[in-house]
Ligand binder design. Sequence first.
Ligand SMILES: [Zn+2]
Ligand SMILES: [Zn+2]
Length: 152
Amino acid sequence: MFININEIRTGDKLEFTLSKDEVDISELEEIAICRFVLAKLKKRVRVKGDVSFKLKLTCVRCLEVITKEFGERVDCIFEPGIPNITEGAQIEITKNDIEKYYYVGDEIDLTPLVRDTILLTIPIKPLCSPDCRGLCPRCGKNLNEGDCECQK
Ligand SMILES: [Zn+2]
Ligand SMILES: [Zn+2]
């Protein structure tokens, strides 16, 4: 999703969707709905708003596929230039500040912002519920559906 820097006015509202293939995240269910408000200060563009989406996750304990809804806040600034990734210390200092993205030329690509927002919500060990009982190690039955014969 590209926007042209010259066409941005402060207060502009932007609503668009990105597909699973566009953000390249296999867990995404269908589309991500993005609603942003833009603000422009010279060459810097602030993007605020939210991204709504659903993720298909596999519970690490019972292997059930679950669908979870997310609504994530976004607040970041796009600056012209190329990020200096060698300055590790600087990244550390600005960690709690508004997130920064960089763009080159007249076009801002919002897709990496949406991708990062979605990726940050994906848990390392998804659970269908915090008290998921998992599978029986002996017969493989999903214990959330009831006890198995092994426990008698
Ligand atoms: Zn589970
Ligand atoms: Zn069992």
